[in-house]
Design a protein around this ligand. Structure first.
Ligand code: FES
Length: 193
């Protein structure tokens, strides 16, 4: 379901509106009584133009009104146990959720990949460069494994998302619950057995 479905929905709305307007035009001028007159032709042409404009507008509204896809940024996303990094292991990246899951000695942190400086996406630079740091490509802010700023113009550590663990060992990351912090504290991490 995506852009194509939304566009079709909008086009259907516009087509319906165009049809209704066309019928109204016919009722106002009966061809049986006066033939197809110039005025009628011009009016129907105008109605057609309006219908086309409504089709385009309808497509836009359809795109706006169509429910957003679920299971992505803003919702609670699940990281299965086999994807959870080992302690100090390679950061796990969730593209749709815009976070990295890291596993320090203190526990798990889901780091929001949006740079606190001006909002660029911050990648984790592991192998083969082996920087083992988050490095913002825009203005050079750098962050360590738990998101502490180690250089650059960023005003604070990387933001982090609420994390909980279910009974099956799945990590639930609430991408709609994002916290800022002025400094890293081990209490921000969630223990993971
Ligand atoms: S946006 Fe990341 S350093 Fe400026």
């Amino acid at each position: 379901m995506g852009r194509i479905a939304r566009t079709l929905f909008g086009l259907c709305l516009g087509w319906l509106a165009s049809g209704v307007l066309g019928l109204l035009g016919r009722f106002q001028h009966s061809p049986a009584a006066s033939g197809v007159q110039r005025r009628t032709f011009v009016r129907n042409a105008a109605l057609g133009a309006v219908g086309s404009a409504l089709a385009i507008t309808g497509a836009g509204f359809g795109a706006l009104l169509w429910p957003n896809k679920t299971g992505a940024f803003g919702s609670v996303l699940t990281v299965p146990p086999d994807q959870v990094p080992p302690v100090n292991g390679e950061a796990y990246r969730n593209v749709a959720g815009k976070f990295f899951l890291v596993h320090s000695d203190a526990g798990l942190l889901a780091l929001y990949n949006k740079c606190p400086h001006l909002g660029c996406s911050v990648p984790w630079v592991g192998p083969p460069e082996n920087a083992n740091a988050f490095q913002c490509p825009c203005h050079g802010s750098m962050y360590n494994y738990v998101g502490e700023r180690t250089g650059g113009p960023a005003p604070r550590p990387m933001d982090y998302m609420a994390v909980s663990i279910d009974e099956g060992g799945n990590v639930l990351v609430d991408t709609g619950n994002i916290s800022t912090r002025s400094a890293y504290d081990p209490g921000q991490a969630v223990q993971y057995a």
